[in-house]
Structure formats: C-alpha cells, structure tokens
Design a protein. Structure first.
Length: 260
C-alpha cells in the first residue's frame, strides 16, 4: 500500500509542478496577502484544488490537511499533508526556488510513511518510503559525512510574524552564526530538508512550521540516513511546530546550540 501511495504522490506532485510553472513569472498570476509578510497567489489555490481533487478521487477514505484550507475529514488510516506551493514568497518575486510537498502519515504507525517533494524549476523530484531509502530523480541519496559543525553549511528560515524578537528566530540565528561555516535561507522548508537529505546542507532548523511544511521532507531526511528531532532532541512530531534535521553526526551539536 505504501508503495502505491508514494507512486501516486510522485505522479500528482509532478503534475502540480506543471501548474506552478504555468503561473511562474506570468502577468496572469494574482497575488494577495494573508498578512503583510504572508502571500497567497491564485496558483497556490489552483495547485491545491488539483491535488485535493486527485487524492479524494483515488483515496476517498483518506484525510487531507492542506495549507490553503482545503481540508477533508475522513476515518481511514492515512492523512495527506499537502503544501501546494512551498516558497510562495519566492514564487511571487520570480525566484526559482519553490516546490510541491506531499507527505502521507499512517495513523496506525503514527509516522510519515511516504513523501514526495518536487521543485519544478530544477526538475528535481525527491521521494522516500519508510524503510526503503530516499531518492532524487530515482537515484539513491545520502546525507553528508561532516562531523564538525564548525565547517558545516546550515539552513534555516523565519516565521511570517517577525516583529516579536523572542520568537522570530533571530536569537537562534545569532547563536549559530559564529559557530558554523555558513547559513543559508532558501525560503522553502521542504526544499531545505531535501537539501539536507542529499548532502547539500549539513543541517537545518526552524520553528513555527506546519505539518505540510515538514511531513514529506522529514521522512526524506530520515531515509537518507539523517536525524530529525524537535529542538530539545525529543522525537519529531509533524504536528509540533519545530524541527532540527541533520546528517546525524552534528545533531547533538545543533541541539546543544539551540539549548543555550
């Protein structure tokens, strides 16, 4: 069953990617504002409507939790966490760094069991099925092998609500900055996680996230040999709004910094 779920997620992620590209840098794309810092486009909505429709038709007893509110209650074993366009701010500004993210959680297992993240601009499809490894365009991927955080490249992101200095990640950012080689802020949590999985980044942390931001990417990191937890090192839970992901070798160093 899980293999079928992954194959379906991969297929519809690729199709949704075409929807994103059709509106990228297009004069017909309409931008609105949930808040001053949180954008929404008609392409987010079109992608979500497509994904929810396809999943509902194929798996009518599965629940769906989607970023733009197209949620569906159902009593079946699986919950689909959907981000139809992760990196909307990048998309709206014409920056080619965004993706479709689809994660499937098993209620019985209490874990994400399948995930697909697709960046249509680079034609990069990251996939994973629990217990069967992680892949980029069908080729196996692994996390990096650096064990000294001082020479590592780490990624992070910032919440939409930036006016509260206690919760806007500026404190954590300032703690990491002098202790590592460099920091990147790509603007898509799902892409950041996939970049940890394939060794482009050595680690990533971020708070104030939602399940659809993390579900697929967290599994891809784990299946690539990495480690995913909460800030304090506790077991990762996609319904809790924080994540630390790493190659495993620097994980304790990351959680130690976050505890300062």
């Amino acid at each position: 069953m899980e293999e079928a779920l992954l194959n379906f997620a991969r297929q519809i992620a690729a199709e949704a990617g075409k929807i994103l590209l059709s509106g990228f840098r297009s004069k017909d794309t309409v931008i609105s504002y949930k808040s001053r810092t949180d954008l929404l486009t008609n392409i987010d909505t079109s992608s979500e409507e497509f994904l929810v429709s396809r999943i509902s038709d194929a798996f009518p007893d599965h629940a769906i939790v989607a970023e733009e509110g197209s949620n569906k209650e159902a009593s079946g074993e699986f919950i689909w966490y959907i981000d139809p366009l992760d990196g909307t701010n990048n998309f709206a500004h014409g920056i080619p760094q965004f993706c479709v993210s689809i994660g499937v959680l098993s209620r019985a297992a209490g874990k994400v069991v399948a995930g697909a993240v697709y960046n249509p601009c680079l034609d990069e499809m990251f996939t994973a099925r629990r217990g069967h490894g992680a892949f980029l365009n069908g080729k196996r991927i692994r996390v990096s092998i650096l064990d000294d955080i001082g020479v590592c490249l780490i990624a992070t992101g910032f919440p939409y609500k930036k006016d509260d200095m206690k919760t806007n990640n500026s404190r954590e950012f300032s703690l990491f900055l002098p202790r590592i080689q460099g920091i990147r802020r790509m603007g898509s949590a799902a892409v950041d996680l996939c970049y940890v999985a394939c060794g482009r980044f050595d680690g990533y942390w971020e708070g104030w996230l939602n399940p659809w931001d993390m579900a697929a990417g967290s599994l891809i990191v784990q299946e690539a040999g990495g480690t995913v937890t909460r800030y304090n090192g506790a077991a990762f839970d996609p319904t809790r709004p924080e994540i630390v992901a790493s190659n495993g070798l620097i994980h304790a160093q990351m959680t130690e910094i976050l505890s300062l």
